[in-house]
Design a protein around this ligand. Structure first.
Ligand SMILES: Nc1ncnc2c1ncn2[C@@H]1O[C@H](COP(=O)(O)OP(=O)(O)OP(=O)(O)O)[C@@H](O)[C@H]1O
Length: 233
């Protein structure tokens, strides 16, 4: 990522009088908010990086830049390889389709062919542990069930870069442990990880490197435990 900037327009509610006065004075009724204010970093192949920062510091926005969900206002983002984002749980899921249909849909979004998905289908379902509900429409799923399926699909695809945003917090403890073990395996196999989590001890152990964001800028970029220490300081 090079010198990424992203602003959002903040709206406020206004009275009719305020609106008229602003129009007469030619003043905008909205304000610009800089979510990312010149963020630059490079992540090498096979690195595990934690994005750290307090609420609203720009972590999720950064992940969305890497995944391509959002485009920067200026600056450039370059990625090499297949990127799978576990950013918003079940974002790629269609509520009226069953779990089974959604697996095929999501795998296709992640670039897998029907054949590849069929070959891994049983494994995906087994990992998610929701066999019983696989033919139920996902609108009837709990958020934890959603997560299980979304996570299962993502980790069974041939991705090079895995983006994980706070999703582990949705699952129950045994599932979290299983996901963590699987994430470690993927890292050991050379996949690149970018993880956002407020569980600082977990991310510091999982990742070698930590990028600490504050107010949309990189405040520290280095060893993960040190990044956590800076954040707590
Ligand atoms: N679509 C949007 N429209 C307006 N503001 C947005 C939008 N998306 C993000 N923001 C703002 O940008 C800032 C950064 O948000 P972001 O989600 O990246 O923070 P975060 O570090 O992930 O926070 P958290 O720890 O709470 O998840 C926040 O102040 C948020 O309100």
């Amino acid at each position: 990522m090079e010198d990424i900037r992203k602003s959002f327009t903040l709206r406020r509610t206004h009275s009719i009088k305020e609106t008229v006065v602003a129009a007469v004075r030619r003043k905008p009724l909205t304000t610009q908010f800089h979510a990312l204010d010149g963020v630059s970093f490079e992540i090498g192949e096979g690195e595990a990086v934690a994005l750290l920062g307090f609420n609203g510091s720009g972590k999720s926005t950064t992940l969305k830049m890497i995944s391509g969900v959002l485009r920067p206002d200026s600056g450039s983002v370059l990625t090499r390889g297949r990127v799978a984002g576990l950013i918003e749980v079940g974002a790629g899921f269609h509520p009226d389709l069953s779990g089974r249909e959604n697996i095929f849909l999501n795998a296709a979004i992640l670039g897998m062919s029907k054949k590849e998905t069929e070959a891994r289908f049983d494994e995906i379902v087994a990992f998610s542990e929701i066999e019983q509900f696989i033919d139920t429409e996902v609108k009837h799923y709990s958020s934890g069930m959603f997560l299980r399926l979304a996570f299962s699909v993502a980790i069974h695809t041939e991705v090079d870069i895995l983006l994980i945003d706070e999703i582990l917090s949705v699952g129950d403890e045994p599932f979290q442990q299983k996901c963590l073990a699987r994430i470690r395996e993927l890292h050991a196999a050379g996949k690149t990880l970018v993880v956002v989590s407020h569980d600082l001890n977990m991310v510091a152990d999982l990742c070698d490197r930590g990028i600490f964001l504050r107010g949309g800028r990189v405040e520290f970029d280095g060893e993960s435990h040190e990044a956590v220490a800076r954040m707590r300081a």
